[in-house]
Ligand binder design. Structure first.
Ligand SMILES: CC(=O)N[C@H](C=O)[C@@H](O)[C@H](O)[C@H](O)COP(=O)(O)O
Length: 238
């Protein structure tokens, strides 16, 4: 890792990273909207932004003076791996100027003949830092052995063999933080400020929060459900 990417990684320490992502089927899809979302996150105190797609990465880098962690979500017919699955997506993010590039760090089969090792080798030779999105402790240890800059617990609950649970997998986070020498980022299903604090106390280098801050269609649901509950109770009692 070069000095620049080392400094960027260090700037994340004990901070909140906000994931600003909206897929094509989501109401807030589009680089301009995601750039405004990133400005709002920066105003709120985020120290870095995680973003999907080269266009969003470019727009966000123009809008805020924060490091950007880039991914490209792309589905291929021959693989379940969809977060920066091949060298093609990795190159798109390098061209877009992502400071840190995150990718599926599991050992699942990738599209084409691409391997995890190839992606990490490309990033190691690049100016960007690398972040392996893992779902188990074994994957975290393996990614570290391949020379990644950091790992993130992003994929816990999203691979068929990892622990499936509603909230964040803080146990995986704690174990990885104890065993690895590189930074371990907490990411996935963190929805309360107290969980951010808990993750940092358990050894997280930094914490990523996405949906709980940047997906208003999901944030609305529990409020609407609370109103619906009252409505149903009242109607039932009338
Ligand atoms: C599994 C997967 O595809 N995770 C994606 C990775 O970038 C995003 O959809 C998540 O929003 C992000 O990881 C943050 O997590 P949460 O939105 O739960 O705070």
């Amino acid at each position: 890792m070069g000095t620049l990417s080392k400094n960027i990684l260090e700037s994340l320490h004990l901070g909140l990273i906000v994931s600003c992502q909206a897929l094509p089927d989501e109401p807030l899809h589009g680089p301009e909207i995601m750039a405004r979302m990133a400005v709002a996150a920066a105003e709120g105190g985020a120290i870095a932004i995680r973003a999907n797609g080269a266009a969003d990465v470019r727009a966000i880098k123009q809008a805020v003076a924060l490091p950007v962690i880039g991914i490209v979500k792309r589905n291929y017919p021959d693989s379940d791996v969809y977060i920066t699955p091949t060298l093609r997506e990795t190159e798109e993010l390098l061209e877009a100027g992502a400071d840190i590039i995150a990718f599926d760090g599991t050992r699942q089969t990738r599209p084409g003949n691409c391997t995890l090792e190839q992606i990490i080798d490309l990033l190691t030779a690049s100016p960007a830092a690398s972040m392996a999105d893992i779902s188990t402790l074994e994957e975290a240890l393996y990614a570290e052995s391949l020379g990644v800059s950091c790992v993130s617990t992003t994929l816990s609950g999203y691979t068929p063999y990892s622990r499936q649970q509603e909230g964040p997998n803080l146990e995986l986070l704690e174990q990885a933080a104890q065993r690895l020498k590189i930074p371990v980022i907490a990411e996935g299903r963190i929805s309360q400020p107290a969980e951010v604090e808990a993750a940092l106390d358990l050894g997280a280098y930094a914490v990523v929060v996405g949906s709980a801050i940047t997906r208003p269609q999901l944030i609305t649901r529990p409020f609407a459900a609370a109103a619906r509950k009252v409505r149903m109770n009242r109607n039932g009692n009338e």
